[in-house]
Design a protein around this ligand. Structure first.
Ligand code: ADP
Length: 234
């Protein structure tokens, strides 16, 4: 469970999150919507301690993130907007192994996790391939595998479809759908809900650092109007 309790955060004295409260349960597929600049990335970066609230608290599974960063980063796997920025190794397998290696796990456990994570994103057996030779969609899937290798309860993705062509979008979407069906919580930030609205249990939309909409997708559609969010045609 991820819990925001009255979280206030400002960049250079400009408030970005304004006393925001929110609870995300395990297993939920949540869309975090909102126009560019509405604070989605800032909110996500609080989920695993990349940013810390000026006031208020963020808790993962009941523990304040800052009290146990390793636990928070194990429970909440983060996939950034530009996967290229998050790779640390030249090859697929080495990159996916990086997180579990940092947890100090046994080699056999690391290998098991890498294999399972690559399997989950349809990249099984491609450990030795160079990341820079992969397509954009494959790179996105490797980034997701890197997060999955931590065996997170929640997978958090920031605009994961940016720069992907249609087949790649479909492939990443299919992987997210399968992961969600298997019980992994998904928190996906996007300003474009067209492909994803049907997958979600809940839509949270932000405006000016506040939650403007929070509810099931079928109820959210009309409320999303005026928030500069793209919704699917009826
Ligand atoms: P979104 O993800 O919804 O596009 P962000 O969380 O990236 O929104 O940004 C919210 C606001 O915070 C914007 O006004 C943005 O300009 C500002 N902001 C984001 N990152 C920084 C930063 N590193 N320094 C100063 N302002 C920032």
């Amino acid at each position: 469970m991820i819990e925001f309790r009255s979280v206030f955060y400002a960049f250079d004295d400009v408030p970005v999150l304004g006393e925001l409260s929110l609870t995300i349960d395990d297993g939920e597929f949540v869309l975090l919507a909102g126009a560019n600049g509405s604070g989605k990335t800032t909110l996500l970066r609080h989920c695993n301690g990349l940013l810390t609230p000026d006031t208020g608290q963020v808790l993962v599974d009941g523990t304040p993130v800052g009290d146990d960063l390793i636990a928070a980063r194990s429970s909440v796997g983060m996939v950034f907007q530009h996967p290229r920025d998050q790779f640390v190794s030249a090859t697929v397998g080495a990159d996916v192994a990086f997180g579990p290696e940092n947890l100090g796990l046994e080699r056999t456990e690391i290998d098991r996790r890498v294999e399972a994570a690559l399997e989950a994103v349809n990249m099984a057996g491609r450990d030795d391939e160079r990341i820079d030779a992969l397509s954009g969609g494959e790179q996105s899937r490797v980034a997701i595998a890197g997060a999955l290798a931590m065996e997170p309860t929640h997978l958090v993705l920031d605009e994961p479809f940016t720069g992907l062509d249609e087949p790649a979008r479909r492939s990443v979407l299919a992987r997210l759908e399968a992961l969600s069906a298997d019980g992994t919580g998904v928190l996906l930030a996007t300003h474009d809900l067209r492909d994803v609205l049907g997958l979600a249990d809940r839509v949270i939309a932000m405006r000016d650092g506040q939650v403007a909409v929070d509810g099931p997708p079928e109820d959210a559609r009309e409320e999303l109007e005026g928030l500069e969010v793209r919704v699917p045609d009826r």
